[in-house]
Design a protein around this ligand. Sequence first.
Ligand code: ATR
Length: 289
Amino acid sequence: MMKEVNGQTRLCGLIGYPVKHTLSPVIHNYLAEVTKKNLVYVPFQVENGLDDAVKGGFALNVLGMNVTVPYKKDVMESLVEVDENARRIGAVNTLVRMENGYKGYNTDYLGLKRAMEEEGVSLKGEDVVVLGAGGAANAVVYLCASSGAKTVYILNRTLGRAKQLAQHVGEYFPETELIAMETADYTKLPDKKFVVIQTTSVGLHPNVDEAVIEDQGFYAKVKKAVDIIYNPEETKFMKLVKEQGGEAYNGLKMLLYQGVIAYELWNDVSVDAHTCKKVLELMTKKLQG
Ligand code: ATR
């Protein structure tokens, strides 16, 4: 049945470029239906004029927006307030309507947190390896340190970026040891079992046969792993982890929960577990085309 749009319909949307392949409309329009909110979620392709887009959205009474590549950092300049964790991470992906403008949050980090809790991947007191030091790694390393990881090894092709990230997050969490390394030096990791979070774009569709590290010796040290990639459903990295007896999860639940948490912030509701499961099924179906 066609959704009824009327004089009281509220609008939410996603600002980014490109936005063509986003799954967010699937998440939010389904949630609106189930929670009986008169709300429509649409993609906003913003090629330039980010500030105009944010201000224009506010003027048009848009209830909330998500923000994706390449604007997660720059959007902060257009907001009236930024949540403390988002500010420290240096990225905002969710805008919540306030009286005079939008407040920015980072639900990527909150989404990964909820996904990992549900999958039983704990970070507290753990030795963690984060592969990559790009935009996504900022939220991931921040999550590890804020969750009380004992040591976080940040492995990146470009050592300088890993160093910068370690230093930045280390300022907020002096109790977590943050160690920057070049990815090629993975053999120097101590002889321990690690929780590993894969944040690079290596292995992303269509390059499904690639992994940032191929050596089985590395994977023998992995007890639990998350790849934040969700397309393909099982990345080469995940396959390599499983071959050595470790547990591996993809990034689809992170994507699910970053959306659910944004929806909860916009609508002041709490989405139940059954509904979350339904949304996940829908997302999986969409991905399979
Ligand atoms: P994102 O916001 O998705 O994290 P990004 O900021 O461009 O995107 O970061 C991409 C990450 O994947 C970086 O850690 C990058 O390593 P560099 O900092 O050395 O560029 C990593 N990455 C991308 N392609 C890679 C490749 N072919 N081999 C190894 N690492 C790669």
